[in-house]
Design a protein around this ligand. Sequence first.
Ligand SMILES: *[C@@H]1O[C@H](CO)[C@@H](O)[C@H](O)[C@H]1NC(C)=O
Ligand SMILES: *[C@@H]1O[C@H](CO)[C@@H](O)[C@H](O)[C@H]1NC(C)=O
Length: 190
Amino acid sequence: MSLLVPIIVALSLSLTVVSGECPGARNNMTMEAACREACAAPPSPATRMYQLCMDTLGEVGTPAGSVEEAGEYAYHATWRALWAYLDTMAMAWHFLGDAAAIAAGEEKAAYAFCVGGRYPEAEAAMERVNWLPGHCGHDVDGEYKRALCDVEACRDRVAKLASSPLIAMVDADYNRTLLAYLLGKVIGVK
Ligand SMILES: *[C@@H]1O[C@H](CO)[C@@H](O)[C@H](O)[C@H]1NC(C)=O
Ligand SMILES: *[C@@H]1O[C@H](CO)[C@@H](O)[C@H](O)[C@H]1NC(C)=O
């Protein structure tokens, strides 16, 4: 007995250190409340981001008004951004493989810039974030920012083209990444 107690204490201490759950991950809230909180502060232009938040969290099929752990919302938003990246990359590869669809070398270079570097980087960062809500340490805030920065770099590059079928997708990916970050903040990522 006297031997077991210190062992159990040591075990639970090391578990706490290893998992470092986000402080707000287990807060129970409705998705409306989570979206309101996520979208209350700058930089999110309130109404559009709130709508994206409600649409994204609504995809899970949780009935309106029901309560979930806030960590689940952050987790879902991160996964949703990752899926969106995969769609965008598939589209970019499709255009890269179809010379007739590409207007100019510039367009090709822009897509290659995105799928050949910035998107895989963003994907890797968001995958590292996806330990959420169990692992809040490990520079999660930095990972979100890296993903934002990578998608933004692609968006800025594609936006310089005269026109591109990809710009709306990349723009939406940026918004999804920002939304995931904002929901991360709701559970205490900083
Ligand atoms: C949220 O609800 C779950 C399931 O009912 C419960 O286990 C958890 O302790 C609750 N969290 C808080 C912070 O009250
Ligand atoms: C992304 O968010 C910005 C700012 O809220 C908005 O102007 C833009 O239309 C959004 N893009 C998409 C594709 O939803």
